[in-house]
Design a binder for this molecule. Structure first.
Ligand code: DPP
Ligand code: ZN
Length: 898
């Protein structure tokens, strides 16, 4: 239990050149023979060899074939008496481990009777003793031996070089990885699996075999994954000139997995959730997620695998960059500008709902953290999603072509190496020497070192006589744990000035200049705010404009601009930037919620009856009925900011009041637009044969929103037609998206038909794990009515199909409840917090990684109003009082209480 610090980095005392592993796979006692060649790091004074281990049984250690002395220091195996000098020597280590007992799902574990591994970040040490850090890169040869009937398929990284029969019904397979790799990219799989296969020829004329392995019976759900993989290969070649460097690329799905997926070299292991998709059980969102996670892991093959991280503090080097790449991939596939904007908006919603709260809470950390107790806790939305925004800002500052040149230089310099975020930044700057990035590089790198979400404040004044518009910009960043004071960031502010008729006015600066980058759309320019304050004076402005700022969300900041209601209405109706059109609707919604929150009402959970203004309603009607806007975009604009995003704006959070206010807003939105929702439902409800393309996905999304609105407005007036129609649609739906939306409409409106639909859903899908996860989650996501959600949750965890051991299933109830149902979780009686504490303690014994994610549900406790705050503290302290917590949970709980 020691803290690891970034500045303590020292190179390893030994290098490992080759690793030859032999596995005798057995569920309760797997034998591992690890034969390595090592040599001393010639740059360092002679030191002992320290090998990491975790829950291993050590049988034997040989050096150059001879027994040797060794000792244990905690879980480390320490060897002092090794050959002197710098010649390579051979080290053989025999260990055993017990995959069946491995409920942590790190290292070698069983899922549905098959063997899988997960080694990132520090799981390889649970398989064998090793210098388990990413800057030790070796060539791997792996021999797998197992019972042939039970484990007919034996896979590891690289190429299959030999296979054959053994005595006693056993067989073997030998794999060789042509690329050196860090231990966290090792993988093996053994079990009864079948594969969808596809041979492709890349641009350079090389042939590759692509395989997607699943359980027998799931093959009909792999077509979308295979297509996504093919698109990924083609895209990385076309956009970044990065080819597939393997003869064979395999994806294997498992239903027991802590994370989404893992980019092991040539053998990606995936949570089934991000591989399996068929129309009858997967929603449009699932299809999208499969595409982006397949892309993400595939793109790691270069950004992560060919060039990897020197140490785990550099995690965002590969994750931020690879999220950026998967987002660009999805946007490029989306093809129309409007569909691109929808993807961008969805990504920003994700950032705001997870990363902004993280950056404002007790777990706030820089994109490149400075210390950790357990690295598993730093696979966060800050490292991933904010990290991706940081990479996007490079592209904004140097342009798309400049970014490509930076990537080329990065690979030219660092292919085959384990490097740092500084190396990436330097390559980007060196490839673009005339850019603002190069000029401001040390300051730009504060994005890696300073935590917290910066705030950009903007104030504009128009001078009609001089025909000038003056925009004052300033930046600040609130204190975060360990960082009381912040230095200014480099913030690309993409902006436009919107005239009354929606035209973008000319952008001529009196002095100073915009960034010289290609890629700004017409009417937009990018100003690089690097000082604390800047004043921009625009010339020849012939009418009073509304500033449209941070277009496309050009930096991961909060914008504080004192817009009038009328200004926001102009942006919503007319801004040429679709992101900011949507943003204006969000701001109007937020403002309404905040105003309503401060309006005194009778009773704590009462809310003003009609919080939305007529003009705002009319504007939303205009969007809903707009003849040209895409359905997907309409659905985003018509969705009110959710409870959590409203909570994020408040200095003191009263969850029940927030929920009541939002429900009041929603009630008005559904009744005032009732006829418009009916029109929208009729107009968008039919999408023909199922295709998960952006256009039909958007139509289904808007039709679903409309149906939900209609059921809710019907509930208010006690009218039965729409719930009946929703139930019928639920029954007849030809795809899971329509079916789930119809069920959700019933659940959201609280109609009694919801119970019948849930029963029927269970009958239809109880043998389909992923569909059953949704069945659990949907019930937990329903709006809380007088505290009814917690009893539902308590019943669900006793359901025979519930299990804490399967992370997807555990999360479908527990994370959904504690993270995603604000009012259901934050009860005035504190019962939600007690439930949370019990589950964290229980889960920690089985799977610390999943437990510590659940522990994060209390991040925001200190901002809660009473009586929530005190009840929350009591529950957190109860967990903290446990003496046998994992490091994972201990670190989160300690920081939460700090
Ligand atoms: N598997 C996780 C990811 O792809 C961690 N590398 O992001
Ligand atoms: Zn990743």
């Amino acid at each position: 239990t020691t803290v690891t610090r970034r500045l303590d980095y020292a190179p390893p005392a030994f290098w490992i050149d080759t690793v030859d592993l032999t596995f005798d796979l057995d569920p309760t006692k797997t034998r591992v023979l690890n034969k390595m060649t090592l040599r001393r790091n010639p740059d360092l004074a002679p030191q002992a060899l320290r090998l990491d281990g975790d829950e291993l049984n050590l049988a034997r250690v040989l050096v150059n074939g001879q027994g040797t002395s060794f000792r244990m220091e905690g879980e480390q195996l320490v060897l002092e008496s090794l050959p002197e000098g710098h010649e390579p020597f051979e080290l053989e280590i025999f260990t055993t481990c017990n995959p069946e007992k491995n409920t942590k799902l790190m290292g070698l574990f069983l899922s549905g009777g098959a063997f899988f591994t997960q080694c990132e970040a520090e799981g390889f040490r649970r398989i064998t003793y090793f210098i388990d850090r990413p800057d030790v890169m070796a060539s791997y040869t792996v021999t797998l031996r197992a019972d042939k009937a039970k484990y007919p398929v034996l896979l590891s990284n690289g190429n299959l070089v030999d296979e054959g029969e053994l005595d006693g019904g056993r067989h073997f397979a030998k794999w060789q990885d042509p690329h050196k790799k860090p231990s966290y990219l090792f993988a093996l799989v053994a079990g009864q699996l079948v594969a969808r296969e596809q041979r492709i020829v890349s641009r350079s004329g090389k042939e590759h075999l692509l395989q997607v392995y699943v359980r027998p019976g799931d093959l009909d759900q792999t077509e979308h994954a295979m297509n996504s993989l093919i698109h990924s290969v083609l895209w990385d070649e076309a956009r970044f000139g990065l080819p597939l460097d393997l003869e064979r690329f395999m994806i294997v799905a498992t239903s027991d997995f802590n994370a989404g997926a893992m980019e092991n070299k040539g053998l990606n292991i995936f949570n089934t959730k991000y591989v399996l998709a068929k129309a009858s059980t997967a929603t449009d969102a699932d299809f999208d997620a499969v595409e982006s996670v397949i892309g993400h892991e595939y793109f790691h093959n270069w950004t992560g695998n060919r060039v990897t991280c020197r140490d785990w503090f550099q995690l965002s080097l590969k994750e931020g960059l690879t999220v950026f790449r998967d987002q660009e991939f999805s946007m490029d596939l989306a093809s129309t500008p409007s569909a691109r904007a929808v993807k961008r908006i969805e990504n920003v919603i994700g950032l705001r709902s997870a990363q902004f709260p993280e950056d404002g809470g007790p777990m706030a950390h820089p994109v490149r953290p400075d210390e950790y107790l357990e690295i598993g806790n730093f696979y966060t939305s800050t490292v991933y999603e904010k990290g991706s925004e940081v990479v996007r800002m490079y592209q904004t500052l140097v342009g798309r072509d400049g970014f490509r040149e930076g990537m080329d230089l990065y690979f030219q310099r660092h292919d085959g190496q384990a490097v740092t975020c500084d190396d990436f930044a330097q390559a980007m700057a060196d490839a673009n020497p005339a850019s603002d990035l190069a000029r401001l590089l040390p300051q730009f790198k504060r994005w890696y070192s300073q935590s917290g979400t910066p705030v950009v404040k903007a104030e504009g004044t128009y001078d009609p006589a001089a025909r000038t518009y003056t925009l004052k910009l300033s930046q600040s960043c609130p204190p975060t744990p360990g960082q009381p004071v912040k230095e200014p960031f480099v913030i690309p502010v993409r902006l436009g000035l919107v005239a009354e008729d929606g035209r973008d006015l000319p952008l001529r600066l009196e002095q100073g200049s915009f960034a010289q980058v290609q890629g700004d759309p017409d009417g937009s320019r990018t100003y690089v705010l690097s000082d604390q304050q800047a004043t921009l004076t625009f010339l020849d402005v012939d009418s009073e404009p509304v500033p449209s700022l941070m277009r496309g969300f050009s930096a991961p900041v909060k914008l504080d601009c004192n817009y009038t209601f009328e200004q926001l209405m102009r942006l919503l109706a007319k801004d040429s930037d679709p992101f900011n059109r949507w943003e204006a609707a969000q701001l109007l919604g937020l403002r309404t919620a905040i105003d309503a929150m401060s309006t005194p009402t009778a009773g704590e959970t009462a809310a003003p009856a009609r919080p939305l203004s007529e003009a705002y309603i009319a504007a939303l009607r205009g969007v809903l009925r707009h003849p040209e806007l895409d359905a997907a975009f309409k659905a985003l604009v018509l969705s009110l900011p959710d409870d959590d995003y409203i909570a994020e704006q408040m200095s003191e959070v009263d969850p029940q009041r927030i929920h009541a206010v939002r429900e009041a807003m929603k009630a008005q939105l559904v009744t005032d637009l009732r006829d418009d929702w009916e029109w929208a439902y009729d107009h968008y409800k039919d999408t023909g044969a199922y295709q998960p393309d952006p256009v039909s996905t958007g139509r289904r999304s808007l039709a679903g929103l409309a149906l939900s609105a209609l059921c809710q407005s019907a509930q208010a007036t006690n009218e039965a037609i729409w719930p009946g129609k929703a139930y019928q649609r639920f029954k007849d739906a030809g795809n899971m998206t329509d079916r789930q939306n119809a069920l959700n409409a019933l659940l959201e409106s609280g109609h009694e038909l919801a119970a019948r639909a849930l029963e029927r859903y269970y009958e239809l899908f109880h043998t389909e794990a992923l569909a059953l996860d949704k069945w659990f989650a949907l019930q937990v996501l329903a709006p809380d009515r007088g505290g009814n959600i917690l009893p539902i949750v308590q019943k669900l965890i006793k359901h025979p199909d519930f299990s804490l051991r399967t992370p997807n299933r555990a999360r479908s109830v527990l994370s959904t409840y504690c993270h995603r149902n604000l009012a259901g979780f934050h009860r005035r009686d504190g019962a939600g917090y007690n439930f949370w504490a019990d589950r964290v303690i229980e889960l920690d014994k089985l799977n610390p990684q999943v437990a510590s994610r659940l522990a994060r549900a209390m991040d925001q406790w200190a901002r809660l109003a009473e009586p929530y705050r005190q009840a929350a503290r009591t529950a957190i302290e109860r967990v903290a009082a446990k003496t046998d917590l994992s490091n994972d949970v201990r670190e989160v709980i300690t920081r939460t209480l700090a």
